[in-house]
Write a protein of this length. Sequence first.
Length: 256
Amino acid sequence: MPLVSGIDFTSRPSRRKPQWASAWRVSSGLVELVELVPLPTWDDYAAWLARPFDLVGIDHPFGLPREMQGEWDAPDTWEGMRDWVTSFEPAAWRQFVSAWRAGQLPGRKFRYRATDREAGSQSPLNTCNPPVGMMLRAGLPYLNRTRMIEIYPSLTARAADVGPYKGANPEPRQRLLARLKDHRGRELIIPSALAEVATQDTEGDALDAVIAGLTVAWAVDEPRFGLPECYDDWEGAIVDPLLSAKRSTSSAELTK
């Protein structure tokens, strides 16, 4: 029985705003949430990743837009790019990216990966509000891509159509949680105590970790863990059943 995890990521974890992690047991007929915990330190995060999960989904970009390789004369392999980005201290990375953006024309300050355009996600060159570029820098040293995939919980949240769900009022989070389903039609079990944890976190991060884990529960049985057949390894690709369906439809239309 696979054990999988979904993580809502932050570049500066703390007790006030930790990483959140969910763990799920997955079988042919059942998907069960068994843990939902905060990870307030990097040691907590590393220890969680060291657990024997079959697959882990993390909500941060795994790469950069390919055009930045030429713009920045960066290494052309993913491993080289990872090492190059992480050679910057976080503050220096923010300064480097911000200085580059300042020299670009309006409309060209943010570049996007192919998967960002598919998913409507933020550019990895955005270093504030939300600091996606800082999440990239913070997360890269921990990645093991043989058992980790990139997740974007906002896709599921948008499809649920409950509107904004972060804030003091737990009702939108409760509605969103109630609309979650397993993507293979299996029985979904979320214990009431863990549902309470997910809906009472005003930041919505605990609920995002639940969504991320539910996506991983689908991906663990997919070929290539749900990654598309063709994508730019340097950029990475978001894994999601909604994107997978869109990609299949596009491929079918091309072969007509």
